[in-house]
Design a protein around this ligand. Structure first.
Ligand code: ZN
Length: 271
C-alpha cells in the first residue's frame, strides 16, 4: 500500500498520499471485513471513515497495475495460471475486473481479492451492472464455491438444417433460490447464448469426422456413447457446469442429432 501511495510530482502536481499507520490498520480491517463477507456489497466497504483524499489516492493508484506500472506484479500474479475466464469459460482472461466497482468502492481499487481476471466480453457486460441488489450480484470466483450439482442446462433444437442450443439454469436443480436467480441473471447479462453460438459451431466442427466415424460404425447409439464419453473428458478438464460438457451431454440425449442429424448441420468431408 505504501508503494501504491508513494508521493511523487508530475508537471507541478503532487500525487500519492502520506498514509499513517492508523489509516493502514483501518484499511486492513476493511479488507478483512470484505473477506469475511465474501465480497458481498456493504456500505462499510465504501470506507465511510476513510479520508476522502486517501480514497482518491488509492483509486488513482489502480493505473499502476497496468503493464509497465509499478504495481504490474499484482496483475501478473492474478492472471498467472488462469487459462479460461472464470465466468464464461470461453476464452482466456485479459482484463482485471473490480468485483465491487472501483467507482463506488474506491478503497478496494487495488485490493487483490476484489480484482478478478475476466475476458473482455464478460468484463464489458458486467461493468454496466450496478452492484447493490443481491439478486444482481455476480458469483465471486474467489469466495463462492458453487454446489456440486449440474445447474447449467442446454436445450437442443434441430430444425431446417440449423442447430440451436439454448442455455439456461435448470429450474429443477438443487440450488438455493437466491443463487438460482443470480446465476440466471448472470447468464442473461453476459449474453451467453449469443456469445456461445459461434464457439459451439467451431467446437462441433472439430468433432465432425469422429461423429461420422462413430455413426458409420454403430449408428445413433454409438454416437450418443461417444458424446457422453467426450462429455466426461470435458467435465474433468473444466467442471460440470462448463458449456462444453453440458452441450455434449444434451446432444448425447438428442436422438435426432445422434441418428445422423449432425450431418445436416456440420460441414462434411466432401463438397
Ligand atoms: Zn468471460
Amino acid at each position: 500500500m505504501e508503494q501504491a501511495l508513494e508521493i511523487y510530482e508530475r508537471k507541478g502536481v503532487q500525487y500519492g498520499y502520506a498514509v499513517s499507520p492508523e489509516q493502514l490498520d483501518d484499511l486492513i480491517a476493511l479488507y478483512d471485513a470484505y473477506d469475511a463477507a465474501g465480497g458481498s456489497p456493504h456500505e462499510d466497504f465504501k470506507g465511510p471513515l476513510v479520508a476522502e483524499e486517501l480514497k482518491a489516492a488509492i483509486h488513482a493508484s489502480y493505473r499502476f497495475t497496468q503493464v509497465g506500472g509499478k504495481l504490474e506484479p499484482i496483475r501478473t500474479s492474478l492472471m498467472r495460471d488462469v487459462e479460461h475466464c472464470p465466468i464464461c469459460g470461453i476464452t482466456g482472461p485479459r482484463e482485471l475486473d473490480h468485483y465491487l466497482p472501483k467507482s463506488g468502492y474506491r478503497s478496494l481499487a487495488i485490493y487483490v481479492r476484489n480484482l478478478v481476471p475476466l475476458c473482455h466480453d464478460c468484463n464489458q457486460s458486467k461493468s454496466a451492472q450496478e452492484a447493490g441488489q443481491p439478486e444482481h450480484q455476480f458469483v465471486h470466483p474467489y469466495f463462492e464455491e458453487l454446489p456440486d450439482v449440474q445447474f447449467l442446462r442446454a436445450t437442443v433444437t434441430l430444425a431446417n438444417g440449423a442447430l440451436t442450443i439454448d442455455y439456461d439454469i435448470n429450474p429443477a436443480a438443487d440450488l438455493p433460490d437466491i443463487l438460482r436467480t443470480r446465476l440466471s441473471f448472470q447468464l442473461r447479462r453476459l449474453k451467453l447464448n449469443e456469445r456461445l453460438q459461434r464457439e459451439i459451431n467451431t467446437y462441433l466442427t472439430s468433432h465432425a469426422v469422429m461423429l461420422a466415424t462413430t455413426f458409420e460404425a454403430g449408428g445413433g447409439e454409438n454416437v450418443s456413447m461417444f458424446l457422453n464419453r467426450q462429455a466426461n473428458v470435458e467435465r474433468r478438464a473444466f467442471h460440470r457446469n462448463h458449456w462444453r460438457p453440458v452441450l455434449l451431454g444434451a446432444l448425447a440425449d438428442h436422438q435426432g442429432f445422434c441418428a445422423g442429424g449432425f450431418q445436416g448441420v456440420l460441414p462434411g468431408e466432401h463438397d
